[in-house]
Design a protein around this ligand. Sequence first.
Ligand code: NCD
Length: 306
Amino acid sequence: MLRHLLNPLDFSVEELDKLMDLAVDIEKHPAKYAHACEGKVLATCFYEPSTRTRLSFEGAMYHLGGHVLGFSSADSSSAAKGESVSDTIRVISCYADICAMRHPKEGAPLVAALKSGIPVINAGDGGHQHPTQTLTDLLTIRSLKGRLGDMTLGLCGDLKFGRTVHSLIEALSRYKGVRFVLISPPELRVPEYVLETLGKKGIPYKEVQSLEEAIPELDILYMTRVQRERFFNEDDYIRMKDFYILNKAKMELAREDMLVLHPLPRVNEISTEVDDDPRACYFKQAQYGMYIRMALILTLLGLEVQ
Ligand code: NCD
């Protein structure tokens, strides 16, 4: 049975625990895994720009001893000639063993998975979901906080178009004692379908506008970039883009053990003066991204290392 990762809920909490344990073991004992994917090929099909996600997938496969092929923009693929993702994935299934796909259209990796002969990983679909960023975020939180439940998590910025936000909220809503503080201007609120999930599960959340007022109660602050590429007009983007800027003064209002996460890329929403604060964990977070993707590739390929 082919297994894909399209949505953060495709793995149970127990499976996620196993995946994170594997990532931790990979980080500790890289040599043990250095040949685990020998002879295997990962295709990275990126129809949208990426630095971390694509390169951490590629790095992950190289560190497992496998090979990588792919494209990094729609312009350099047959999408420019009008080919559908269904046809593209059928062809790629002949050349590769597993595929990570990023696409500007919501649902494109799902459409690909329906016709694919190999596991498909959603590496970000439009303003919808970004499950492998969520795996990264969960591993970061578990490693640095020692737990995934019993915490107040503030998400700040573009909660409307930020796919990492939607995936993280859905994934964390399965852990006990999680509370969300959703910090955004009214125009960039979390979409209704995500709020409905929280409502149905009875998970406490509040929507606020002021970062200064919210910050003292947070265990984790998850900052996000305003998603320029998803705006219909540039004026709205310009009005919104500097709505939140986390700086030293705001960090003084936060708890001593609050963690600051950000999926990156950062534009202006975290001042570089915050980077030296021990609570700033976004670069460490990017590092966890490669280990969890190594664990994911092994798991979806059904490979076990003794
Ligand atoms: C995020 C994405 O692509 O959604 N980036 C990433 O993969 N780390 C966040 C963003 O682009 O703002």
